[in-house]
Design a protein around this ligand. Structure first.
Ligand SMILES: [Cu+2]
Length: 166
């Protein structure tokens, strides 16, 4: 049981003194990021929701990737180590889902089909929209996951396993 806080409580106090005279060197140019080569495989992941039982809460919205809720006992996606793949997230729901892939960063593919020259680990898949990414599985042989970064959605099923095979 967590006690309710009913009045303001001080949680921190900052005290400033003196002046910082350091002049940090700010780079004049951004790091240049090479585009990933063309993908050798395409996959689609459909994001959906459905009413279901939530323990301790009753009926509520649950979340799925490719019509399945998360199970650590199942391998959802098998990829080859080193492979470049293009993934499309298709959001069938009326909520945005920021999809996050562990272990390897990716590049978002624009409507022109070009991969953005920037590394990301989250792509927002807007309600009733699609988002595409290009990813190279450089690290490591073994299991990792992808999931919606709204932790409630993840906890209610929107997560999947990825096995990277040598
Ligand atoms: Cu979500």
């Amino acid at each position: 049981m967590v006690a309710a806080i009913t009045a303001p409580v001080d949680v921190a106090r900052f005290v400033y003194a003196g002046r910082d005279e350091r002049r940090p060197q700010i780079p004049r140019t951004l790091v240049s990021v090479a585009g990933l080569p063309a993908a050798t495989a395409q996959r689609a992941f459909e994001l959906s929701d459905a009413m279901g039982m939530i323990p301790g809460r009753g009926m509520g919205m649950r979340f799925r990737i490719n019509r399945q809720e998360f199970s650590e006992a199942r391998i959802d996606t098998r990829v080859r180590l080193g492979a470049v793949e293009e993934w499309e997230f298709r959001n069938a729901t009326t909520m945005d889902h920021p999809m996050h892939i562990h272990t390897n960063s990716f590049q978002v593919v624009g409507t022109d089909g070009q991969a953005e020259r920037a590394w990301r680990d989250v792509v927002i898949v807007k309600a009733r929209s699609t988002a595409r990414i290009r990813i190279r599985f450089d690290d490591y042989a073994g299991l990792t996951v992808q999931h919606c970064h709204i932790l409630d959605h993840e906890d209610l099923g929107m997560m999947g396993t990825i096995l990277m095979e040598p």
